[in-house]
Design a protein around this ligand. Structure first.
Ligand SMILES: [Fe+2]
Length: 322
């Protein structure tokens, strides 16, 4: 009865069934730090407080980050960036953002997976640009790693340009898709989109799991425990909204970023739209501590569960630039 070897346990079978997501070039348009929008949450359609939607078909992608054995990976940073409907990226070497990019399109978003490994994005269908078929760019940073792994996903359909004609570059002759040599890996990044039930606006969705062959290793915070911090209500500057102060024990060189919880039912962490400086100016979310001590971060948004999740990255870790 005890003859079954360890090699035939369930995780072993799963390991053979899962296909590692292919490592694919990051490409030249990963946004520079100055390009990344202050609102970099997982909703690329809603930019800051704008009520105007970007042009394009609203598209949702949800899935999980999994290790080779099929275990969910929590605290994985998932980044998504892609072209607007006209094929223009947010990226600009010369400006804060590419002036040609749809001003209502965030162009970049991020999500931190919860214990079930899940992520979710709402965005638009990527536009086509010269030399490429239609694609999304993804970056995934596995806990314990200082760099992101990049890949791209594609549409399982004929690419049609905005003028209605068949685009010159299809998956079959795309110099990224067609050069993923492993057939199972190629198939794993080819997504089928279906209509979102109950919507009449042509909204579509797909699910996609990112499978890593890296072993997640969550760094232990020097103070131990997790950084779940309740915010202290404080008055804002004259004429401004009140805000919440989030005080964390800080260590030199560590970077901190605030996440709120979007709902009680969903334990995944969504990046808050932006953080504020003590003086009340809108600031980037990531703050790197210059010294040991405490670091105060401020946000306007009340924590829905009564506390904020402060994500930390070890000194030298990827903080949003290549
Ligand atoms: Fe691209």
């Amino acid at each position: 009865m005890a003859l079954v070897s360890a090699g035939f346990t369930l995780p072993g079978y799963l390991a053979e069934a899962l296909t590692v997501s292919p490592a694919v070039t990051q490409g030249p348009f990963y946004p520079l730090a100055k390009n990344i929008p202050l609102d970099k949450d997982n909703d690329l359609v809603q930019l800051n407080d704008s009520l105007i939607l970007p042009a394009g078909i609203i598209t949702q992608v949800s899935g999980r980050v999994l290790d080779l054995s099929g275990n969910p990976v929590r605290n994985a940073l998932v980044e998504l960036w892609h072209a607007d409907q006209e094929g223009d990226y947010l990226y600009s070497a010369n400006a804060t953002r590419n002036p040609a990019c749809d001003p209502n399109f965030a162009g970049f978003g991020q999500f931190l997976t919860a214990s079930d490994g899940r992520f979710r994005f709402r965005t638009i269908k990527a536009g086509l640009y010269q030399g490429r078929t239609r694609h999304y760019h993804w970056g995934v940073t596995i806990p314990g790693r200082t760099t992101r792994t990049t890949t791209q996903t594609f549409w399982n359909e004929t690419a049609i340009g905005t003028n209605g004609s068949v685009w010159s570059t299809q998956n079959s002759n795309d110099n990224v898709y067609s050069t993923i040599s492993n057939a199972a890996q190629r198939a794993s990044v080819l997504l089928d989109f279906t209509a979102v039930p109950g919507t009449t606006t042509g909204e579509v969705q797909a699910t996609w799991d990112y499978v890593t062959d890296l072993t997640p290793a969550e760094p232990t915070y020097p103070d131990g425990g997790s950084l779940l911090v309740s915010g202290t209500p404080v008055a804002g500057p004259s004429g401004a909204n009140p805000r919440f102060r989030i005080r964390v024990p800080a260590h030199a060189g560590y970077s901190y970023e605030i996440y709120g919880n979007p709902s009680l039912a969903d334990l995944a962490w969504s990046a808050l739209p932006f953080s504020l400086t003590a003086a009340g100016a809108i600031d980037r979310q990531i703050q790197t501590a210059g010294a040991e001590g405490t670091l105060d971060l401020y946000v306007e948004q009340k924590a829905l569960k009564g506390f904020y999740h402060v994500s930390f990255r070890v000194p030298g870790a990827n903080t949003g630039t290549p």
